[in-house]
Design a protein around this ligand. Structure first.
Ligand code: PBG
Length: 332
């Protein structure tokens, strides 16, 4: 009888040996937990399309942040639902805006916990686009263009106001051309040259953001985001986006979404040296939650496998609505 020349199973025989040869290890220190903050008092409302994720008012936020800090998660990413919206998203850069207020509170409670501010206008504009728009109506249908350079000014004001409130990291997600350069210049001019930019460099026009748009009340009121977010079919374009962000001074790059874009994560990892962030977005969360609630999958195993896949693909940091769960599971 002839024997196999190679026996791969020798290194799989026990938990001990599997652990020793494991190539990718999830670490809570690499995770970022997103939080949705809103006005009102006593608000802790579950987002219907994202079971287990809530809107918090500023008075209920403390308990949530206590939990995140106790789990050893190093960073939160803030999204705000404002009281009023207008054409230019002015509550996004108001000194007493909801994100600014929440940032000040969190930094007071936990000076060491990193606050990452998502710099965009779509939650704050009445039209739901990520910048300023020009609209015209043809046969009763509203058409609009997002105006790049005028939007940069508003986005820069937003980033500066977030930094003033104490944000540790500015994470611009708007996909205008030149946004890293504009925001870097604005931060530097205002004495925030030490604040890093985590750029949503490679952000696709994805249907996986659906639940988030309910959570953030940020669905575009006309058209879609395809004139500024990337076509899911493109990879070489991702290299061009990342390259311009590097040249403009980004400190970290991001690929978003994650699951359907693991090849993009790997490619960016191989071509650029900056820390790379994967955003495990709302639709990815909700799909897993829905199947888990039906009892169709083992939630813990599936989530840890997905997050491991993102790290194996090359992500250094993962933004995920599962951060708290993952932190508990990795402990336990
Ligand atoms: C703001 C922004 C979005 C997400 C993060 N920042 C929505 C969008 O671009 O429509 C999506 C996050 C998620 O789906 O979890 N532009």
């Amino acid at each position: 009888m002839s024997f196999p020349i190679t026996r791969h199973r020798r290194l799989r025989g026990s938990a001990g040996i599997r652990g020793m040869v494991r190539e990718t290890i999830l670490n809570v220190l690499d995770m970022v937990q997103p939080i949705f903050v809103t006005y009102g008092t006593g608000v802790k409302n579950e987002i219907s399309s994202m079971p287990g994720v809530y809107h918090f008012s500023l008075d209920t936020l403390k308990a949530e942040v206590d939990e995140i800090a106790a789990l050893g998660i190093p960073a939160v990413l803030l999204f705000g639902i404002p009281e009023t919206k207008d054409a230019i998203g002015s509550s996004g850069f108001a000194e007493d805006g909801i994100v600014q207020e929440a940032t000040r509170l969190i930094k007071q409670w936990y000076p060491e916990l990193l606050v990452v501010a998502d710099t965009c206008l779509c939650e704050f504009t009445d039209h739901g686009h990520c910048g300023m728009v020009h609209t015209h109506t043809v046969n009763g249908v509203v058409h609009g263009d997002v105006i790049n350079d005028a939007s940069l000014e508003l986005l820069t004001r937003t980033a500066v106001s977030q930094a003033k409130a104490g944000a540790d990291i500015i994470a611009p997600s708007n996909m205008m051309d030149g946004f890293v350069h504009a925001i870097r210049a604005g931060l530097d001019e205002n004495g925030f040259e030490h604040v890093p930019i985590m750029s949503y460099s490679v952000k696709y026009a994805s249907a996986f953001y659906g639940p988030f748009r309910e959570a953030a009340d940020s669905a575009p009121q006309f058209g879609n985001r395809k004139t500024y977010q990337m076509d899911p079919a493109n990879l070489r374009e991702a290299l061009r986006e990342a390259e311009s962000d590097v040249l403009e001074g980004a400190d970290m790059l991001m690929v978003k979404p994650a699951l359907a874009y693991l090849d993009v994560i790997r490619t960016i990892r191989d071509q650029f040296d900056l820390p790379l962030v994967a955003y495990n977005v709302s639709g990815e969360y909700s799909m897993v939650k829905a199947a888990a609630l039906q009892g169709w999958i083992d939630e813990q195993a599936v989530v840890l496998e997905m997050l491991t896949g993102m790290k194996r693909a090359g992500a250094d940091i993962i933004i995920t609505y599962f951060a708290k769960d993952a932190a508990r599971w990795l402990r336990g």
